[in-house]
Write a protein that binds this ligand. Structure first.
Ligand code: HEM
Length: 523
């Protein structure tokens, strides 16, 4: 009776049939419930618990802001930051049932990086390795048990993963073995930087004169950096058996967002196929006699021994090592692409840098340290490129309730510290933060400390010195050897593709690759 009276109270006039009336009633009921839920969740509860980060409101429970995040994550986070008055206090965003605290105020970020007991990272590495196909046993061999991780840093033994980080630092820091690996990369560049090699050894260069070729910038840089890294890390055994593996890795990298979004296998066959071909090749490589694999950087052999001692199989070693090969290739090619693009679209800056780097080539061999340390305008352009193109986030899992700033971050939640949001902070980087300003860091090199492109704290990229050196050296060698120009000259500046999640540097819209002319400079 009561239900019938309520249904009949829905104002549909004479035309409403009983079916329509019931549907309209349910609709009105759900709508009211939604409004009440929204009012309680985003107005009443925050007022009752002002010490918790406020939540960015949404309409569909559980799904939250998933769609907006997938479409354009930084756009969504900027909207949310402005919604809360740009105070940069921690706030939270729910996406697909998972709530993240978003933190971008420099002091809060520092506090989170410092506190390795309340905030851990490795759960994310475990998840990605699991999604890539590593066995649970091998993940525990690398990272220890989850229970140990939740105890926090001070109470843990050093795991194989921690040892791997130390090995990276030993291989890639100035004063350690950086010069060795830097020399390997430069050697690869010298070997391949000729008209003859570009025309006969690659598929993407077209000869237009005896001393000139056309190339597509992104394809060119992808191939160079990935192969240089491959030869340095795995030597000639892999090169001879799998000469085109770099392309397979890049095929995977282009679709790797499907791993990050946990796509079901029936929707990601192409990505899985490329991934498995890389795993197979590396497994085969690690199964081949060690004596034949000595022409690699120290790191590969040291890590292999460590992982064997921890009981990993060749397949597991292949998967772990593939993540390193992937990490090197994906960010290096994109960062190099953006740096070169900024120079190509600014003739004055390009000319200044060509003059600045010239002394590095006086002896006939490239002086890598000179390029990194004694060319301030070039270094400034690199730092600004990183600021402009770093679109990923440092992430942490909260192991115990902890106050950051004046907000309580609750156990079990995840934290996202998005670099783009931090790089758009005018109080840190000055005016016109949306624009590339090549002298921003030259005028104030201290700003580098706030440049988050390589992350921070215990997980800060151990490859940052190598990446800086090898990209700057390659671009310098290219500008020194060739007159590099846009061809045709009136191309638009490439656009970023914000719809694809990345592990560091943002991708560009693939329809916007830049066409170049490389013409050998006269002696
Ligand atoms: C421009 C190039 C590069 C960029 C922008 C970049 C960026 C990053 C970022 C953002 C992180 C995560 C930091 C965090 O969570 O706080 C990271 C981690 C890492 N990067 Fe890089 N990277 C680059 C090149 C390299 C290279 C050349 C290597 C060489 C092996 C490398 C190896 C690593 C490793 C091993 C980690 C994981 C560190 C850990 O969890 O302890 N990266 N990188």
């Amino acid at each position: 009776m009561f239900f019938e009276a309520l249904v009949n109270s829905v104002p549909l006039g004479e035309a409403g049939s009983p079916g329509i009336r019931v549907a309209a009633f349910i609709f009105a009921l759900l709508g009211s419930a939604l409004l009440i839920w929204r009012f309680l969740k985003f107005t009443v509860l925050p007022a009752m618990r002002p010490n918790l980060p406020k939540e960015y409101p949404y309409w569909i429970p559980v799904i939250g802001h998933l769609r907006g995040f997938v479409k354009n994550s930084q756009g969504l986070l900027t909207q949310a930051r402005l919604y809360f008055g740009n105070t940069r206090e921690p706030f939270s965003v729910t996406m697909g049932g998972q709530t993240f605290y978003i933190v971008s105020r420099p002091d809060d970020v520092k506090a989170i990086f410092r506190n390795t007991t309340s905030f851990t990272f490795e759960i994310f590495a475990r998840e990605i390795l699991h999604d890539l196909g590593c066995t649970p046993g091998s993940i525990i061999s690398m990272y220890g048990t989850m229970e140990d991780e939740l105890k926090g840093d001070k109470n843990r033994e050093k795991t194989t993963a921690r040892r791997a980080r130390e090995f990276h630092i030993h291989q890639m820091f100035p004063g350690n073995l950086l010069n060795d690996i830097g020399a390997d990369f430069a050697h690869y560049y010298e070997k391949t930087m000729s008209i003859e090699h570009l025309v006969t050894g690659t598929k993407y260069a077209t000869q237009i004169a005896p001393d000139a070729v056309n190339v597509s910038l992104f394809t060119f840089f992808s191939e160079i950096f990935t192969n240089a890294a491959q030869d340095a890390y795995f030597g000639q055994v892999l090169r001879k058996k799998y000469p085109h593996m770099a392309w397979t890795l890049l095929e995977f990298d282009d679709l790797a967002w499907q791993v990050l979004f946990k796509y079901p296998s029936f929707l990601s066959r192409k990505m899985l196929n490329a991934r498995d071909r890389v795993f197979d090749a590396l497994e085969d490589y690690f199964a081949s006699p060690e004596g034949a694999r000595t022409d690699t950087v120290w790191f590969t052999r040291a890590l292999e021994k460590e992982m064997r001692d921890a009981g990993l199989t060749n397949r597991d070693i292949a998967i772990m090592v593939m993540t390193i090969y992937w990490g090197v290739a994906t960010n290096t090619r994109k960062a190099g692409f953006w740096l070169m693009s900024y120079l190509l679209f600014n003739d004055e800056l390009k000319a200044v840098i060509c003059n600045e780097i010239a002394p590095a080539f006086k002896s006939g061999e490239v002086d890598q340290e000179y390029i990194v340390n004694d060319c301030p305008r070039f270094r400034g352009a690199w730092d600004e490129t990183l600021r402009m193109t770093a679109f990923s986030s440092s992430v942490r899992y909260i192991t115990r309730d902890t106050v950051v700033g004046n907000k309580l971050l609750q156990k079990g939640y995840r934290i996202m510290m998005p670099y783009r949001q931090m790089h758009l902070n005018e109080s840190v980087f000055g005016d016109r933060v949306e624009e590339f300003a090549s002298e921003r860091f030259v005028k104030n090199p201290e700003m580098r400390r706030a440049n988050m492109a390589f992350g921070g704290g215990a997980t800060m990229c151990p490859g940052r010195h190598l990446a800086t050196q090898t990209i700057m050296v390659f671009v310098a060698m290219l500008l020194h050897k060739f007159d590099v120009t846009l061809d045709p000259p009136n191309q638009p500046f490439p656009q970023v593709d914000e719809s694809i999640p990345v592990l560091g540097i943002i991708d560009m819209k693939r329809t916007h690759d830049i066409q170049l002319k490389l013409k050998v400079r006269g002696e």
